[in-house]
Design a protein around this ligand. Structure first.
Ligand code: HEM
Ligand SMILES: *[C@@H]1O[C@H](CO)[C@@H](O)[C@H](O)[C@H]1NC(C)=O
Ligand SMILES: *[C@@H]1O[C@H](CO)[C@@H](O)[C@H](O)[C@H]1NC(C)=O
Length: 329
């Protein structure tokens, strides 16, 4: 009995050393340094080319990465196409309505990598998306940073798994903090990542309730800048074509910068979830600090993106390397 107990303990210790099973330990910089040392250069070139063709690639890819990581971890589950038997993550109603160019850049980078024998089917789609996301941030003038790699691709993607995991445009600080905390992200991380709204577009329906019939006493959300509210009403009248989308950062929509936080100070946050970061006393000091100091924002953004990239990472035991990023092997 004692002897078999000892054998068991020894076997367990061995198993733990030979198969370390922490979900983050496997991630490291230059993970493909030996197998495919040019991976980052190849992805960067594809991103550059794609961004030249369509600027939308930048916000689309950034948002795609966020949604991938928040739903079932950073495992490229968001890239899976629905089949007759499975409605995939990407087709949930909260899906990435404008993200077509984000999907496309990953597919193109995968193709470029597969053209190199030592890289073919060696790089996970989740890692390609992670690299491409860093590169679009840089392409928009944001800070560069080293990416951690070594993710495996997920084996599951369902529209149902999206429910309750993504923040909504009407969420307030408590709800936002709770959703980010679920992914081991702090309030500071949440505020830094919201800075991604310095880029890209939003459909009118996402903020319509702030500019028309807000509540019984206020037709317009009183935290909105009055002139900005008028502009929004002009751009997004009632019964507007649902395909119309407007810039989230009215000043520098194509630049990754800290103007997002200056906009919040002026009541120019587009969503409730943006503006509450300034009106809530718990998050306001951080907004003020990053409106003043773009270097501090950039550092916080890098920290938060790195942490976001560690969420729910798959190992070779619950993931694989997809041959086609849009379909399971
Ligand atoms: C904090 C909670 C967040 C909420 C409530 C939120 C919500 C939204 C909504 C409703 C849109 C507009 C979608 C549309 O109308 O098609 C949007 C766009 C966008 N979001 Fe967020 N988001 C949040 C956090 C983030 C984070 C963390 C990132 C990335 C790090 C991000 C990146 C983007 C980008 C880049 C766009 C523009 C997409 C495009 O132009 O294609 N968002 N977000
Ligand atoms: C989003 O989901 C809707 C169905 O809810 C679908 O018609 C649409 O094609 C999806 N968009 C993308 C980009 O996959
Ligand atoms: C309408 O919203 C404002 C601002 O949030 C608030 O002060 C006011 O009490 C609200 N009125 C009603 C009737 O809910």
């Amino acid at each position: 009995m004692a002897r078999s107990g000892l054998v068991l303990v020894v076997a367990l210790c061995l198993a733990i050393t030979v198969f370390p099973d922490t979900t983050t330990a496997q991630l490291k910089q230059k993970f493909y340094g030996n197998s495919c040392p040019r991976v980052e250069e190849i992805v960067k070139n594809v991103v550059k080319e794609k961004v030249k063709q369509t600027f939308v690639t930048i916000p689309a890819t950034l948002r795609l990465f966020f949604h991938d990581c928040f739903v079932n971890g950073c495992d490229a589950s968001v890239l899976i196409q629905s089949t007759p038997n499975n409605k995939a993550e990407k087709d949930h109603p909260d899906n990435i309505s404008l993200a077509g160019d984000g999907f496309d850049v990953v597919i193109k980078a995968k193709k470029a990598l597969d053209a190199i024998p030592s890289c073919k089917n060696k790089i996970s789609c989740a890692d390609i998306l992670t690299i491409a996301t860093r590169d679009v941030v840089v392409a928009a003038g944001g800070p560069s940073y080293e990416v951690e790699l070594g993710r495996f691709d997920g084996l599951v993607s369902t529209a149902a798994s999206v429910n309750g995991n993504l923040p909504g445009p009407n969420d307030k600080v408590d709800k936002l903090n709770a959703l980010f905390a679920k992914n081991k992200l702090t309030q500071a991380d949440m505020i830094a990542l919201s800075g991604a709204h310095t880029l890209g577009f939003a459909h009118c329906s996402k903020f319509a309730s702030r500019i028309f019939g807000f509540n019984r006493t206020h037709a317009v959300d009183p935290t909105l800048n009055k002139a900005y509210a008028k502009e929004l009403q002009m751009a997004c009248p009632k019964n507007v074509d649902p395909r119309i989308a407007i810039n989230m950062d009215p000043n520098t929509p194509r630049k990754f910068d800290n103007i997002y936080y200056k906009n919040l100070q002026q009541g120019k946050g587009l969503f409730t979830s943006d503006q509450v970061l300034f009106t809530d006393g718990r998050s306001k000091p951080t907004v003020d600090a990053w409106a003043r100091d773009s270097g501090a924002f950039n550092r916080a953004f890098i920290t938060a993106m790195t942490k976001l990239g560690r969420v729910g990472v798959k190992t070779r035991r619950n993931g694989n390397i997809r041959r086609d990023c849009g379909a399971f092997n």
